[in-house]
Every structure is written in structure tokens, then in C-alpha cells.
Design a protein around this ligand. Structure first.
Ligand code: PRP
Length: 209
């Protein structure tokens, strides 16, 4: 049995479609319910719905053999897992954004609101800029509008949240997409099954490494 942690939500559903096409169907997952675990003995898979930021935790600790996680979450939490490849879905970018009227001054500490403090710290360390991190958990775009921060470091997908709040992108830090990750010990013990699975999946999405 291969245990697969899927991120709850649209990305997880798209990822499941891919697994199904690759021959790892589990029809009960499509039924409307509050269940979190679905298993199909015939195809040898057990799927879990986890909170997207928790997927790497399940995989790192071996509760799941493989999982789907955004590159943003992998960069932020740096879990000790194998990254098997890029699924080419969930594409967006990590950006610095703020009000068009904002003018940076190197004399002051830049106030940065984000739910990705490690990514923000690393980025500003790389450009030798002193910052004050303001940790938020959502609606990050609000922070510079109400004067809580100067800029934000956040995900931009369509750009509509920024546009509708009169904010603009100043820098793109890194492109983001969904990755297939594997537990390091599980990858050794279930090598043949996981390799076969990842090859079938990457053959469908033209990704992988
Ligand atoms: C994410 C991100 C932006 C928005 C970007 O938020 O933090 O706010 O999506 O998407 P867009 O460029 O297509 O507008 P999410 O929807 O995850 O909600 P959150 O505010 O709770 O972080």
C-alpha cells in the first residue's frame, strides 16, 4: 500500500485526477463526505486529505510515503524529504508587492508582512536589506493598505487580488508550482512501487527530474 497525502482543495483534486489517470484510482474519494482517508486495495493506494501546509509534515515523518506540496511550502519549511519532480500544476509566483506610491528608503527598516517569513528573510538577506517581519496568516494584501507594513511577500497567481486592492508587484522572488515529494525511508523500502508511480505520473504531466 502506498500512502499519499493530498492537499485539501483545488490543487489536491487536480492532483488526484492525475493519479487516477496514471492508474491509481480510488473511486470513493469522489463521493461527497467529510471522510479524510480513502483506500483502494486493488490499486494499492491510500489517500489522505491534509491541510496543504501539513502535507510535508506527514511525508517527512513517514505517515505518508508520498505527497503533493507547493514549492512555496517546501521553501518555507524545508522538510527533509525527496522532491521527485514538478507536476506542472498550481503555478504561481512568490513576489514582493505593495502600493504603487511606495518609495523604499535604505535609511529605514522595511516592514514586510507575510505568511512566508523564512522565504522573506532569505530573500532580503540576499539583497542585504534590513527588515522587520510581520507574521500574518491570510489576507496579507490588507497589511500595506492599512499601514501595518510597507510591502508584502506573498503568492501571486492571477494578480487579481493585487489589482483589486491597488497594489503592484515590485519583484518576483521565485516561480512556484506543485511538487511530488517522498519520505526518504519509504522511498527506499517501496522503491519499485514509488518509481513506477512517479514515472507514470510524470509521463502524463511532462515534468519530473
Ligand atoms: C492567495 C495569496 C493571495 C492570492 C493570490 O491567498 O495569498 O492573497 O491567493 O491569488 P491571485 O493573484 O489569483 O489573486 P489565498 O486565497 O490562499 O487566501 P489567504 O488570503 O487566506 O492567504
Amino acid at each position: 500500500m502506498i500512502n499519499i497525502a493530498l492537499p485539501k482543495g483545488r490543487l489536491g483534486e487536480k492532483a488526484y485526477d492525475l493519479f487516477e489517470k496514471a492508474g491509481y484510482a480510488c473511486p470513493s474519494i469522489r463521493e461527497e463526505s467529510r471522510k479524510l482517508i480513502f483506500e483502494n486495495e486493488e490499486t494499492g493506494v491510500r489517500y489522505f486529505w491534509a491541510k496543504p501546509t501539513d502535507v510535508p509534515v506527514y511525508v517527512e515523518r513517514g505517515a505518508a510515503d508520498i505527497g503533493i506540496a507547493g514549492k512555496d511550502i517546501l521553501l518555507e519549511y524545508e522538510p527533509d524529504v525527496y522532491e521527485l519532480g514538478d507536476l506542472g500544476m498550481g503555478k504561481c509566483r512568490m513576489c514582493v508587492a505593495g502600493p504603487a506610491s511606495f518609495r523604499d528608503s535604505m535609511d529605514t527598516t522595511l516592514r514586510v508582512a507575510t505568511k512566508f517569513p523564512n522565504i522573506a528573510k532569505k530573500y532580503y538577506a540576499s539583497v542585504s536589506r534590513q527588515i522587520d517581519i510581520i507574521n500574518l496568516h491570510g489576507s496579507i494584501e490588507l497589511a500595506p493598505i492599512v499601514g501595518l507594513s510597507d510591502v508584502i511577500v506573498d503568492i501571486v497567481e492571477t494578480g487579481s487580488t493585487l489589482r483589486e486592492n491597488n497594489l503592484q508587484v515590485f519583484e518576483t522572488i521565485v516561480p512556484i508550482s506543485a511538487r511530488l515529494i517522498a519520505n526518504k525511508a519509504g522511498y527506499k523500502f517501496k522503491y519499485d512501487e514509488i518509481r513506477t508511480m512517479s514515472e507514470r505520473i510524470f509521463a502524463l504531466c511532462n515534468g519530473g527530474t
